[in-house]
Design a protein around this ligand. Structure first.
Ligand code: FAD
Length: 412
């Protein structure tokens, strides 16, 4: 893979990309093409060479993207696109880049950039460990050059489609809860992984329970070393929260759920359609949501900057929390504007009413998934505002001795 100094002028970068395309792009967008783009460092050119990038500035990466676009060649400079277009670049790529060994970066990042990990899912939450995720009880035990995994996960979005998971599991029971966790890139398609769908209140079945029985993961896929999973996870969670904070922004307009991301203009349209655009209460509410949106965009810009500088961002919690308000507020206002029709939850009978009802229920994705609103407030108070931590009854206690949600000890 060739590398180009950060200072290269844009013309040289363009010329090199054009040259490379002339030799490599034959008009076929397939896995082999994705691999070639990744190997050349063009998939994420602002990443350093050791992370399968080219160490380019953002201006240089934009120049590369323009050259690829002009040639009709896909797949370049994916790190410049919105989180929702390439979430795994940050969900999986972030932890590997921050904590992977040089071998792991060499082995895993090109595969990630080439799309070889397929569909991903997050095996974090458990029946007794959601907000208190560090209390998880799925165990991973070292067995030669593999780990053997046993336990139960829940709320696994997309688990029924997934090829690869980010797995949090406990590798040490004799240290305090945060210290005994490990973070794995886990293959889903293997014996011992049973995925059972759960139906949501919207009627969709997007998430699942996942039962792990003697499932295996190569030790080479343990990121950050044994017992360091908590800090590795913070990178992935920060990325997820930033992505959720961006949901109400323009970048998500191409989503498969466009109604959820209705913009302020759409609220004005809804008020007009309901004959309520002169109603001062409605006008005030639209302005309130509009102001939340603007503030959220600024906060997300700050979070993105922090993210680029530090590889993590506590500010992302502000965006995620703000987005919860926006999604709930916009859906509730549109619901009220629709009046009695909003009671209809039948897509065929009344598509608009269905969508608005759907959004009202689906808005909870943002206030629970990826860490609930209350937890975001805790994070903001501790890590953004610097306020003291709340009471931690199990601080310093070996996890083996901590009272567990389903422990027989608690039953006497
Ligand atoms: C749509 C959706 C998709 C999801 N996808 C995934 C996924 O793909 N993978 C995955 O692993 N998980 C996923 N989750 C799970 C999600 O991360 C958890 O539901 C979330 O972390 C909350 O945990 P819990 O459900 O166990 O609630 P609990 O932890 O039981 O919390 C219940 C309530 O108590 C509050 N609470 C708890 N502790 C505190 C505290 N210390 N201070 C203040 N309030 C507190 C919570 O905020 C919440 O309101 C998803 C959830 C949803 C809704």
């Amino acid at each position: 893979m060739s590398t180009v100094a950060v200072e290269s002028d844009l013309d040289a970068v363009r010329a090199e990309a054009q040259d490379w395309l002339a030799q490599n792009w034959h008009g076929v967008d397939d896995p082999a093409w994705n691999r070639r783009v990744a190997e050349a460092g063009y998939a994420a050119p602002t990443w350093p060479a050791e992370d399968s990038g080219r160490g380019y500035s953002r201006a240089q990466a934009r120049a590369v993207a323009a050259v690829f676009d002009a040639a009709g060649a896909p797949g370049a400079a994916r790190e410049l696109r919105g989180f929702h277009e390439y979430p795994w670049l940050e969900l999986m790529g972030g932890p590997i880049r921050a904590y992977g060994t040089p071998e792991q970066k060499r082995e895993l990042l090109p595969r990630l950039l080439a799309g070889e990990f397929g569909v991903g899912c997050l095996l974090y939450s458990e029946p007794g460990a959601g907000s208190d995720l560090a209390g998880l009880q799925t165990r991973a035990e070292c067995d030669g050059d593999e780990y053997v995994v046993n336990g139960q996960k829940v709320w696994t979005t997309g688990g029924h489609l997934a090829d690869t998971a980010l797995l949090m599991a406990r590798t040490d029971w004799d240290v305090p809860k945060h210290a005994g966790l490990s973070f794995f890139i886990f293959p889903m398609r293997q014996p011992g992984v049973e995925v059972r769908p759960i139906r949501q209140m919207t009627g969709d079945a997007e998430f699942n329970e996942v039962f792990l029985t003697d499932a295996r993961v190569p030790a080479a896929n343990l990121i950050g070393g044994p017992g360091n999973g908590w800090k590795v996870l913070q990178i992935a969670l920060g990325a997820e929260r930033r992505g959720m904070g961006e949901m109400a922004m323009g970048t998500a307009k191409t989503s498969t759920r466009p109604s959820l991301y209705a913009l302020s203009d759409d609220l004005v349209e809804a008020a007009r359609a309901a004959g309520r655009s002169d109603d001062p209460v409605v006008r005030q509410e639209i302005m309130r949501i509009h102001a939340w949106r603007l503030t959220n965009e600024w906060n997300n810009a700050r979070a993105l900057e922090e993210f680029r500088t530090n590889g993590a961002s506590s500010l992302a919690s502000l965006g995620k929390l703000a987005n919860s308000r926006i999604l709930h507020g916009a859906a509730a206002l549109r619901y009220r504007l629709l009046g009695n029709r909003a009671l209809q939850y039948d897509e065929a009978a009344d598509d608009e009413a269905y969508r608005i009802d759907y959004d009202l229920m689906f808005a909870f994705i943002n206030s629970i998934g990826g860490g609930s609103d209350q937890i975001q407030r805790n994070i903001i108070s501790e890590r953004v505002l610097g306020l003291p931590k709340g009471f931690e009854p199990d601080k310093g206690v070996p996890f083996r001795d901590v009272l567990k949600a389903d422990a027989t000890r608690s039953l006497g």
